[in-house]
Design a protein around this ligand. Structure first.
Ligand code: NDP
Length: 283
């Protein structure tokens, strides 16, 4: 019998523990601040930014929003980041991606001070992750690790297969599973005999971005299936990369979409902001 991994429950647990620590700091006169930058009018980005603000309110952080017009130049954006880097009252900075095409995303990511890079996307933080010395790593894969931990799913020695090799999900996911001594395989669009590879996975993570991509024949009996995908199906309903109804019976644990990995990303953003603030306090 399979078990559904409840991302709402785990994300609440994480946010509540962040809230408790934030309150302790507040009682000592220290407030935690997250600065969120959004450039342009992308509706999906606006929803994400609003959700991040709401999460800040919930855990008791101060949130600063910098909503910049579409025509903002790269220089203007970089100089705002420089200002926030130098502002001791700001603990975490994130720039909602994507940025408009005339702005170099990589430059923006790397301009954020690694100590305030709560998305964990900067080269320094990615390098630290692969060296096993990380404190701020990408929120979505960190969220997956928290789900596994909460449900006591041991990674050590397990065959872990990730479908997807993006810098924000697939690659950091691989580093985190490797760090927990998983035997990790990363698949991508050029992988040959994909189903053969995925059907050997004890833990299968799907981060492809295609509705219903993972079918039952791709999944090993009793596997743990983690669905990172967020897609819309033909009826416009939110769904993951895994054909949930067809796959669930084969699994031991499975994440639903919505309500699986989705809520974890913001919870880990709050946790990363707390980690950044605590680290800045010590230095
Ligand atoms: P990307 O588009 O950056 O990466 C998709 C990956 O899937 C690529 O590595 C690509 O391979 C691989 N892929 C595409 N087609 C195939 C195929 N036929 N066979 C095997 N691999 C394939 O997406 P992201 O990593 O940014 O996101 C993945 C999904 O996760 C999306 O649905 C996104 O919305 C969701 N997401 C969810 C988050 C959350 O909070 N839960 C946060 C971030 C993302 P290649 O590299 O060769 O092109």
């Amino acid at each position: 019998m399979f078990k559904i991994i409840d991302g709402k429950e785990v994300s609440s647990y994480i946010k509540n523990s962040v809230k408790e620590k934030a309150l302790e700091l507040k009682n000592n006169g220290e407030e935690i601040t997250l600065a969120v930058i959004i450039v342009g009018n992308d509706p999906a980005s606006r929803v994400y930014v609003n959700n991040k603000k709401k999460a800040c309110e919930y855990v008791g952080f101060r949130s600063l929003e910098f909503a910049l017009p579409e025509e903002t130049t790269e220089e203007e954006l970089l100089s705002l980041i420089d200002r926030l880097n130098g502002d001791d009252t700001v603990n975490g900075i994130l720039c909602q991606l994507p940025v408009p095409k005339h702005i170099d995303e990589e430059k923006v990511i790397d301009r954020i001070s690694p100590d305030k890079d709560v998305d964990g996307f900067s080269k320094i933080n990615v390098g630290k992750l692969w060296l096993g010395e990380y404190d701020l790593a990408a929120c979505t894969p960190m969220g997956v690790m928290e789900l596994l931990k909460y449900y006591d799913i041991d990674v050590c020695g397990k065959n872990c297969v990730i479908i997807g090799r993006s810098n924000i999900v697939g690659k950091p996911m691989a580093a985190l599973l490797l760090e927990k001594n998983g035997t990790v395989t990363i698949c991508h669009s050029r992988t040959k005999n994909l189903a053969e590879v995925t059907s050997k996975a004890d833990i299968l993570v799907a981060a492809v971005g295609r509705a219903g991509f993972v079918t039952a024949d791709m999944v090993k009996e009793s596997a743990v299936v983690i669905d990172v995908g967020i897609n819309r199906n033909a009826e416009g309903k939110l769904c993951g990369d895994v054909d949930f109804e067809a796959v669930k019976e084969k699994t031991s644990y499975i994440t639903p979409v919505p309500g699986g990995c989705g809520p974890m990303t913001i919870a880990l953003l709050m946790k990363n902001t707390l980690i950044a603030a605590e680290k800045q306090k010590k230095s």
